[in-house]
Design a binder for this molecule. Structure first.
Ligand SMILES: Cc1cc2nc3c(=O)[nH]c(=O)nc-3n(C[C@H](O)[C@H](O)[C@H](O)COP(=O)(O)OP(=O)(O)OC[C@H]3O[C@@H](n4cnc5c(N)ncnc54)[C@H](O)[C@@H]3O)c2cc1C
Ligand code: HEM
Length: 391
């Protein structure tokens, strides 16, 4: 527990974090990843190169400092972090490494005149408090996943049992456990962690489950990323019969129980979690508006499957928007505008909306849903990478 002086010091450093938090976390990651090779495989190097992960951590630290007097107001942030940590198997022994590097980074970036021994001590105590919260919450999740039917802890060996080409750039992979036992029933919208060894180096990545879980196997659908290590490995090298290690499903972007009309909006490969949500919603008889944006028909995955569902389930309405004119194959051409969305949403705007896609797309959708009167707390989204501000 922090004392009043320490809390005052943390609050006084908020302006420094607002202006220099990203420089601090960038320095922190460089130091930690070069000095501690044991934690390097946990991190996606592309998220370091783009600055997305240093930005996400800087935002996390800033939010924590701002709410140091009322930690309960951190709300969704803690849930988002612990789910990401659990899906990548972050463990208690990793925390002291992060703690010592963070304190050194504070000292080195701010300089000893600002980062006095009292400031370092206060941040040491604050880090310890946050680490305890996260470690405790993560242990709870690990235990829940281990105790549940079909659950496990750590890695479990799975075999690729099927692969299907879904579009020119997306392939689905079906994994069944080698032990032949049931798998944990993931909630629609959750993702799993893959642990792979590619060219002698360990890689971990998250992939959303793209089909409702049947308790026997998991499906993911992966877009080939130009220059991407794991997606290209999966597309080009992973063959039916090969095995790999999976961490149990996690994630808090899940379909909440509700009878309101459901609106699912996706761009590109962001379609994956919405497929599992769609399947779950159709079981309940709920009205669903499924809106998908793609570059053109060649890259548009799962179209036939969605069309088939729409033909069988009158409560499902589907709308496609292509960036490129493609022989009239889409309902609209161009970008998803507020006017289009106004046409495609249910007339009654008291809906539950879930959306995912590239960041610019999501920022626009968030703004448009708000503009069209969808209550903000009923508009939910996820990132295929570190969280970012959608302004
Ligand atoms: C919760 C969650 C769910 C996800 N679900 C899905 C899903 O359902 N389907 C899906 O396809 N993806 C999904 N992703 C994204 C997925 O985890 C991977 O990030 C994606 O497949 C790219 O990984 P990769 O190894 O192929 O590419 P990476 O090797 O990570 O590279 C990504 C890009 O960065 C570039 N790059 C890499 N390293 C550097 C560097 N050092 N400097 C500069 N540029 C660099 C690469 O050239 C490439 O363009 C999800 C992510 C999250 C967090
Ligand atoms: C108090 C301590 C910590 C805080 C506040 C913190 C915060 C965060 C935040 C905000 C994210 C981004 C979440 C998202 O947007 O999805 C994240 C992701 C992550 N964290 Fe932590 N974290 C802490 C400790 C640790 C530790 C000890 C490790 C292990 C060494 C770790 C490893 C990771 C990894 C691997 C990711 C995903 C990175 C990526 O996508 O490249 N974190 N963390």
């Amino acid at each position: 527990m922090l004392n009043a002086d320490q809390r005052a010091i943390i609050k006084a450093t908020v302006p420094l974090l607002e202006s220099g938090g990203e420089a601090l976390t960038t320095h922190f990651y460089k130091m930690m990843l070069s000095e501690y090779p044991e934690v390097r495989p946990l991190f996606n190097q592309a998220h370091q190169a783009s600055g997305d992960q240093p930005r996400a951590l800087a935002n996390g630290v800033l939010m924590y400092a701002r709410h140091i007097d009322q930690l309960e107001q951190l709300g969704g942030l803690v849930g988002q972090i612990i789910n990401k940590h659990v899906a990548l198997q972050i463990l208690p022994e990793h925390y002291p490494i992060v703690g010592s590097c963070l304190l050194r980074a504070i000292e080195e970036v701010l300089g000893k005149d600002i980062a006095t021994p009292a400031v370092i001590e206060a941040w040491g105590a604050a880090y310890g408090q946050l680490a305890d919260i996260l470690i405790g919450a993560e242990e709870n999740l690990y235990q829940q996943k281990e105790a549940a039917e079909g659950g496990w802890r750590g890695t479990r060996e799975f075999r690729l049992v099927r692969r299907e080409q879904e579009s020119s750039e997306i392939v689905s992979f079906y994994f069944a456990p080698v032990d032949g036992k049931p798998v944990l029933m993931a909630e629609p919208g959750q993702y799993i962690g893959l642990k792979l060894n590619i060219d002698g180096a360990e890689q971990r990545r998250n992939y959303s489950l793209s089909a409702l879980c049947d308790g026997k196997e998991y499906r993911i659908s992966v877009k080939r990323e130009a220059g991407g290590k794991v997606s290209n490995y999966l597309h080009d090298q992973l063959q039916v019969g090969d095995t790999l290690q999976l961490f149990p499903p996690a994630g808090d972007f899940t379909l909440a129980a509700s009878a309101k009309p459901l609106v699912l909006i996706s761009g590109g490969v962001g379609i994956t979690p919405t497929l599992a949500m769609l399947q779950a919603a159709l079981h309940t008889g709920r009205q669903v508006h499924f809106i998908h944006c793609a570059r053109n028909g060649a890259v548009h995955a799962f179209r036939d499957w969605i069309d088939g569902l729409a033909a069988r389930h009158p409560q499902l309405k589907r709308f496609y928007c292509y960036a490129e004119a493609d022989g009239g194959a889409a309902d609209a051409v161009g970008v998803l505008s507020e006017d289009l969305l106004a046409e495609w949403l249910p007339r009654e705007r008291d809906v539950d909306a879930y959306f995912l896609g590239p960041k610019g797309f999501m920022a626009a959708v968030k703004r448009q849903l708000k503009g069209l009167g969808v209550p903000e707390q009923q508009s939910r989204y996820e990132f295929f990478g570190p969280a970012a501000a959608l302004e």
